[in-house]
Design a binder for this molecule. Structure first.
Ligand code: NDP
Length: 493
């Protein structure tokens, strides 16, 4: 099924044709034609990647940019890499060229962009050098913070509104804050610098395909739209299981865990899209308002609605995995969860009594990214049918880009014996990787795929009671061997 064939609504508008939000302290985003004429490349926005020698930049950001430039080779960008690493321009240009080609950009396109780019050695916690660097940037620049979160926050604290070029946009990586209070504080700090419209909180999980495929299937199909309520849906599961274990990321992960790393920052947003009321039109204002609306109604009772577990030694794909607590850099006393599950209640007429189960973990036997909608049984089943009556299930495979629909059908031999039939379809897949889409959104000033400040806070508010209950040991820490599907007592997803 192609995206077009799936009958999606109109292409999401850019901010220029979307209803406008009030102008912020720095005014609206400058269209290319209004850029400062003294800049070297009018019309080509400057994209500054802070943390240029880091993992995210080389593994995801630059290859993502490569996929974007493979589709739009005429797009003009002036790329600047900044980091505290001692690099010459040539080191950076080699990295840009290699990583963009890895993403699929044509060598001459990657080469052209790399040749025009430069590297700046910079410590963003230096109160002299950092603001001076920002002041030197042309209007309409993008500052992408591919930095450890605490460093990003310090860097923002060192800036004033006057340091920032007109129309600047800020790309901020997850996690956004470390709890509700710090997310609020960060939002207050950012609000003192720029308008919300200029802030792009990144959620690479929420790729355009995922969002639009779910919305398209939900709202453009008469067979699904009217039954998307508690009357017809029994429960919903959203699952992100990884086979990858810690992979040397203890520095970050041991302080976060599965609940914070995945459920708080990603799966709640997928749930919000699955559960939102119907939008009038597909644009960033409507979608983010409706996401906020459903998140505000979402609650968890941690003692009955949450589980946590840690992997012990095992094997994943034939590879030996040590017990999580024996991984280098892990502090066992932190009791970090490597598998988390929460069951949420959405307090609304549409969803009363429908549990939304969100689960994510590492070191599991199978990698899965699923959203599964289980429908209620028919109101009346005629007598006479035999065999198992299979529950109707609609499954979005967000990893493979597939849709599955399970229905009960009459058996081949005995027509009274029911059996299950599964229809499967490919969902339209974008050739641009999520980070390419994210960068395009920021460069074009379209926040459809970025997380609004109040939405980020609300996600922290939802998980806060779970974090508090886990901290005082109200919910036991279970164990599962790496390579299995998690503790058997949790029930299968
Ligand atoms: P890394 O540690 O690999 O990279 C961070 C880079 O920032 C390093 O090059 C580091 O330099 C540099 N840096 C640190 N402090 C300063 C400073 N004061 N001034 C200038 N540069 C500095 O981290 P990641 O790339 O993995 O992560 C970056 C962000 O992206 C984090 O918020 C993370 O949560 C997020 N993220 C990462 C993903 C990934 O797969 N890597 C996936 C999704 C999100 P040095 O080496 O000298 O410390």
């Amino acid at each position: 099924m192609s995206q077009d064939a799936a009958g999606h609504g109109p292409t999401p508008p850019t901010t220029t044709d979307a209803p406008s939000e009030p102008a912020g302290p720095n005014g609206d985003l400058a269209p290319a034609a209004d850029l400062d004429p003294t800049v070297e490349h009018p019309g080509a926005p400057t994209l500054v990647i802070l943390g240029a020698s880091g993992d995210l930049t080389s593994r995801l950001l630059l290859p993502g940019l490569g996929t974007l430039m493979a589709q739009e080779p005429d797009r003009r960008i002036i790329l600047v890499g900044a980091d505290r690493t001692e690099w010459a321009d040539t080191d950076w240009r080699d990295r840009v060229h290699e990583a963009m080609c890895r993403g699929g950009a044509r060598p001459e396109v990657a080469g052209g962009l790399a040749a025009d780019s430069r590297y700046q050695r910079l410590d963003v916690t230096d109160p002299e050098a950092w603001p001076a660097f920002v002041r030197s940037l042309p209007a309409d620049s993008v500052l992408y913070f591919a930095l450890p979160p605490a460093v990003t926050m310090t860097a923002c604290e060192l800036l004033t509104r006057d340091d920032l070029p007109q129309g600047v946009r800020l790309g901020l990586e997850k996690p956004f804050g470390s709890d509700l209070e710090s997310a609020r504080e960060f939002n207050r700090l950012l609000a003192g610098l720029v308008h919300e419209k200029q802030i792009f909180r990144v959620d690479h999980f929420l790729g355009k395909d995922t969002v639009l495929n779910i919305l398209g299937v939900r709202f453009a199909n008469r067979m699904f739209e009217p039954v998307w309520t508690t009357g017809d849906i029994e429960r919903v599961d959203i699952v992100f299981d990884e086979t990858l274990a810690l992979e040397g990321r203890a520095g970050y992960y041991d302080k976060a865990g599965a609940l914070i790393d995945m459920i708080q920052s990603h799966l709640l947003l997928v749930m919000a899209i699955l559960a939102m009321e119907e939008p009038n039109r597909i644009d960033h204002i409507e979608l983010r308002d409706l996401m906020m609306h459903v998140l505000r109604a979402t609650h968890c009772h941690p003692e009955i609605g949450s589980h946590r577990a840690r992997y012990s030694a095992g094997q994943v794909g034939g590879k030996d995995i040590p017990s999580y607590v024996d991984e280098p850099g892990v502090d066992p006393a932190r009791e970090t969860d490597t598998l988390a599950e929460v069951t949420l209640e959405i307090r609304s007429r549409r969803w009363a009594g429908v549990p939304f189960r969100l689960r994510s973990g590492k070191g599991l036997g199978d990698a899965r990214r699923l959203a599964i909608i289980y429908f209620r049984p028919v109101a009346h089943m005629p007598e006479g049918f035999t065999g198992k009556v299979h529950q109707n299930v609609l499954l979005f495979d967000l990893g493979e880009g597939r849709l599955g629909l399970r229905i009960a059908t009459n058996g081949e031999g005995d027509k009274l014996s029911l059996e299950e039939t599964v229809f499967e379809a490919e969902l339209g897949d974008s050739p641009v990787r999520p980070y390419g889409e994210i960068l395009a959104g920021i460069l074009d000033g379209n926040p459809l795929l970025s997380v609004r400040g109040d939405v980020a806070e609300e996600c922290w508010r939802i998980v806060a009671p779970v974090v508090a209950a886990w901290r005082v040991g109200e919910v036991p820490m279970d164990e599962y061997a790496a390579g299995t599907m998690g503790p058997l007592t949790w029930g299968r997803v």
